[in-house]
Write a protein that binds this ligand. Sequence first.
Ligand code: BGC
Ligand code: BGC
Length: 978
Amino acid sequence: MDTKSHSENFIYTDWKLIETQFDPTQLQARETLFTIGNGYLGTRGCFEEGYPQSLPATFIHGVYDDVPIVYKELVNCPDWLPFAIIFNESSLEEHEQREGLRLDQGEIIEYQRQLDIHEGVLSRSLLWRSPSGKTIKVQFERFASLADIHVLVQRCQITPVDFEGIIEVQTSINGYADNQGFNHWGEIDQGKINQGFWLHSRTRTSRIDICMAAKMKIIGTQATTEISTTPGYPSWSATFNAKSQQTVTIEKTITVFTSLETEKPILAAQAKLIEQPDYQTLLLAQAKAWNQVWLKNDVLIDGDSTAAFAVRYNLFQLLIAAPKEGAQEAGNKGKTAVSIPAKTLSGFGYHGHIFWDTEIFILPLLIFTQPDIARNLLSYRYQTLDGARRKASHYGYLGAMFSWESADTGDEVTPRWSLPNDFYGEDVRIWCRDREIHINADIAYAVWYYWWVTKDDQWMQQQGAEIILDTAIFWTTRVEFNPDDQRYEIRGVIGADEYHECVNNNSFTNCMVKWHLIKALWVYDWLCNHFPEQATFLAEKLQLTAEIRHQWSEISQKIWILFSPETGLIEQFEGFFQLQDINLAADYEPRNKSMQAILGVEQTNKFQVLKQLDVLMLIYLMRQPSDFPYNEQTLRVNWDYYAPRTDMTYGSSLSPSLHAALAADLNLYPEAYELFMQGAMVDLEDRRNNTGDGIHGACAGGVWQAVVFGFAGIRLTENGPVAHPRLPPHWKKLKFQLYWRGEYHQFDLGQNSQLPNPDIQGVIFDLDGVLTDTAELHYLAWKKLADEEGIPFDRQANEALRGVSRRNSLMLILGERKYSETKIQQLMQKKNDYYLQFIQSVTPKNLLPGADALLQELVQAGIKIAIGSGSKNARIVIDRLHIGDKLDAIADGNSVNQAKPAPDLFLYAAHLLGIPQNQCVVFEDATVGIEAAKAGGMWSVGIGSETRVGAATVVVPNLARVTWGDIKGKIQRIADSS
Ligand code: BGC
Ligand code: BGC
């Protein structure tokens, strides 16, 4: 199948981006779009023959050099593309008759440029008529080898269509590459080799050596060749007598090394060059290497060819920027670890600096598809910890404070000022370097997430733990204690939303810090238990005292989070709701610039308008671990508030794709799809008019997350990732795979792929409200507690507690009353004690009508039976009901971390039964329980009213007279009719 879709600008096939017209007004954006690379370097898609306004660039990971204002930038390395074709009817001596291929002159008769993302090859075919009327066919092709990252390959095929005569081709390496006017190259040297040359240059301040060597071959003619070593611009040229309709091919192979990988880049480049086979062999190796990558990384969407291509395109752009060389191994060899810059290796935007974009937006894709690369990126943070420590100590804090923008050492490189274009304009102070501190917790989060998915204990104990612990130490010195309110606060920050530049108690930051500190305590305990020597070593190295760990615990309990349990609304920061409100849709749309550009920096600070998701960012990040404050209700309430106030079009490209994932969670169509496409097309359609600066890397990573976590609804359970698909209605199929603890899981989802297998072998019963009714006993226990505390509570209020955990039930009962964590713990304990007293009175008589008969029927039918109850006291109740002998497994409140609606408990029960989850049926009386069964890919029987359990496969009012034969029959009929 090869589907094609046409956009105004391009044709997209399954794997190709095809540009059919040359549009000089789009030059720089297209150069970005046609970037190729191999995880070691990236080269913008510029034309070989050059063009006015073109921005040729090759960026190599880690090659930074000093520069005013932005401190360091990724250096534009020598340009390996220059290729001139000059022709002449009779003699090259007659200067005035020389003509060269250039697209700003003559006539373009045919033009096609295509990027094959399946093989990583960029090509261009041209039929061009010179101003004097000679027509020539030219086919260019190039790739950055993935099979050997130090090899670059270029080929040119030339066919004169209607003339004969002398043609001269000249191909070079341009050592005068600059960063938009700034030249980073100090010493330059070069030399000749057989049919080729080499160029050696050194960056001015960082003194990084780079050497490129090239060899050429001409096929299909007898040519006179010559090598010139013009300083900084070595060239090879060939002159031949061209015949009409006869094709001449020139192959150019380039090798490249820097002193970051080897002490002798000149020798390395030359030695490698000698080994290189011909173009076809190299191309074959390229296709093979990419094929391997796509086996792991492909995402197939059937039914929407534009989205299908766009997703693959975004993946391609991230994969070519993802460093393959193990930073860990590199580190061991004393080499520099590297990470992915915000604009990947495709443009000058943000100077090659590394932001939270990598950890939060890009990393999930790599963790789940190429965990080794994910580890490389995190090792970059490990290796730049010293920079983060210098930053902390400069600001007067302990521990490690990661830089908002980072380059090779981890020291802060965010520019302090942004300079106006206007002669008399004021400089604008950029505060992100001082205040956008959430990055510390973001990096800790990414480390944890990597570990959670991979269970890579070795890396965690060697590198990850140190990152989490030292960044956590920083918080103990950055928070402030407010004695009046007995709480910790973090003042003077910028949250994820950069439209508000100095705020107190940003909920996103504070809550991430809380999460970070809880995990730090956990990691330290884990180290002590599993790697005691490393625990001792780190405790000494980081001066991680018991006092600091106590502070972590205190801060995590007492840090202020502006959450209203009553409404579920989280205030973005102190005073946000008092700011002037805004109605973007009614008063500002459509527009073609950001709200900050419209209102000005100062005014924007005064409005309730967000550059990008902030509270929703928090909810999104806490969604997979299912930690506070994530739950569907909080998501909905905060979505309704914040989504309409977010500058989605021109604020930040980081927003649309994650908004799409959340909208899919909320089943919002077509909103989810529209937001997703806004992200997916950001560069392909240059939606923000800045693609020329480079690929929007974070956005590209978010697009993958929107597909996998949004539309496929992937939930992570202790037993692996589980899909909960809600595909856009026109998607017929969505296929991808995810790595989870040592193996890849395949997902092949369609519109109806939720239906499990009707050959049911296992039944999982919730206990409370299904087999027995301890709800009454819970009610009595809560009632006793509430009475003692003087809190009004009755049976009606009790209804809201069905299926809700002990802690959350207590929260609902307490409402707005403020209790300390210690008191909360005491109350929970008390309630449980009362409940335990009450269940002593339970006997087999408390089995609900029909329960015993059904259990017996199942035993006789040879169906395996498990209990899947969230209660920690399930075993006591089972004993008192005398049903233990009929059960094959018990999963209770102690079995898994994530409560319903996460499917973990039922998956665990299925696992204990040894039966595939899709051959199990769950009996449940709570809405969250039915959701959990469905999320686990199981059948479900809802006990109770349609309003409560209507989403189940089969609904019955209670178990009285329910037979297994009936239930089985009903499920079979549903399976048959689908
Ligand atoms: C966003 C940041 C992001 C940076 C780099 C900014 O516009 O506000 O969140 O890290 O761009 O992509
Ligand atoms: C971004 C900041 C960044 C600053 C300086 C702004 O456009 O939003 O995240 O630190 O530029 O690079």
